[in-house]
Design a binder for this molecule. Structure first.
Ligand code: SAH
Length: 367
């Protein structure tokens, strides 16, 4: 057993089973043993690869999009240019490099990065050190100063802890984590049903509630409505309400057991875009999208950018550009590092007066 598993054992022995929300929070962000505190999650030698790590085009297009949104906000100065969970800082570095075509945007922004991991903060410092911008770090969004803000979050909401409920003949029971006969972590059900959950369901069905994510969305949408700005959220998830467990653990680019070796694997769940859209609208914000990532990037000029890069590319660089296009905008084929064009979705949440945003022109019926 690893040190975090021993600690979780002690907690269960003393106080009874843990909710999945508590377990995920411990496994991901425990101040010493949490996955995002103690590991280097990203990259080929890490556990997974994200869109900005696949190609510079991703961050570049987002940087240009943010500069355009800032213009439609009336060019407020200063603007907080915020990223939630910036990973290795690659997206922000690419965004700032591309935004050199908009020097007025670059001189208006103060960069704020929300990051729990000191290892990743260090990477972000390195990635941004030559770009000539002031950067501040915060452990949570609560610490950000006031002011108009454009906030970017790529693969951030999927790592916020969720709760799961399973249907039995007596109602919806929360799935909890306890110990089995051999003393190993295992899933079980709370003995009593959740009285507030009255939706019908078939025995055995599971549904997930991203309470932490919805609360964060409410706070950010409220802030954006009061102080101005936009939140751009890119993540994998579903845009029609659905049942079923999507919790997954990924380690060394493969799926793993979510309860095996806590703190050693990335734990995520699909984002419920409908729930987030509801929370944002309830706070008075406008929700643009969701639009599939491949479609959104294509509307922003992904293929034109690729053509531009090809002008100076060697043979192997050309192959890398082709592969990046396929992975960023191609179809999802079912492995954690495979194409993300359809499963990944893009949503923007804005103050009410930002009614038209590029990339969202013909969004499907909003959820
Ligand atoms: N956006 C990056 C990294 C995605 S991984 C990319 O696309 O490459 C998730 C990121 O969120 C990591 O940087 C991780 O350290 C950070 N993170 C996870 N949970 C967090 C939390 N509760 N608060 C702040 N940062 C968190």
């Amino acid at each position: 057993m690893n040190p975090l598993e021993i600690l979780i054992h002690e907690m269960i022995t003393e106080n009874g089973p843990l909710s999945l929300e508590t377990y995920m929070a411990l496994a991901l962000t425990h101040p010493v043993h949490g996955y995002y505190v103690s590991k280097m999650p990203l990259g080929r030698s890490g556990d997974f690869i994200t869109a900005p790590e696949i190609s510079q085009m991703f961050g570049e297009l987002i940087g240009l999009w943010c500069a355009a949104v800032w213009r439609s906000m009336g060019k407020p100065q200063p603007l907080l240019f915020v990223e939630l969970g910036p990973g290795r800082g690659t997206l922000m570095a690419d965004a700032l490099r591309a935004a050199r075509v908009a020097p007025d945007f670059l001189s208006a922004i103060d960069i704020h990065l929300v990051e729990t991991s000191e290892i990743l903060q260090q990477c972000q410092r390195m990635a941004l050190k030559d770009l000539g911008q002031s950067v501040s770090w915060h452990a949570s969004t609560e610490e950000m100063p006031d002011g108009p803000a454009i906030i970017v979050a790529n693969e951030f909401f999927d790592c916020l802890p969720i709760r799961q409920f399973a249907r039995s003949t007596t109602g919806w029971h929360e799935r909890l984590i306890g110990l089995n006969g051999e003393g190993r972590l295992c899933f079980g059900l709370a003995p009593g049903p959740e009285p507030r959950l009255t939706a019908p369901g078939e025995p055995g069905q599971v549904f997930e509630a991203g309470v932490v994510a919805a609360q964060l969305m409410s706070r950010l949408a409220e802030r954006i409505c009061l102080q101005g700005g936009a939140l751009l959220l890119v993540d994998y998830g579903y845009d029609v309400p659905q049942r079923g467990a999507t919790l997954q653990a990924v380690r060394s680019h493969r799926f793993a057991d979510p309860l095996g070796d806590p703190g050693e694997a990335d734990l995520t769940a699909h984002v419920d875009f409908c729930a987030l859209a509801r929370a944002a609208r309830a706070a008075g914000a406008i929700v643009h999208g969701p639009v599939p990532q491949g479609e959104w990037l294509t509307r922003l000029g992904l293929y034109e950018r690729a053509a531009k890069l090809r002008e100076k590319a060697s043979g192997s660089q050309n192959a890398a550009i082709d592969s990046a296009l396929q992975r960023l905008a191609g179809e999802w084929r079912g492995s954690p590092t495979d194409a993300m064009g359809r499963l990944f979705k893009v949503v923007a949440v804005t103050e009410p007066r930002l009614s038209a945003l590029s990339g969202f022109e013909t969004a499907a019926v909003p959820c």
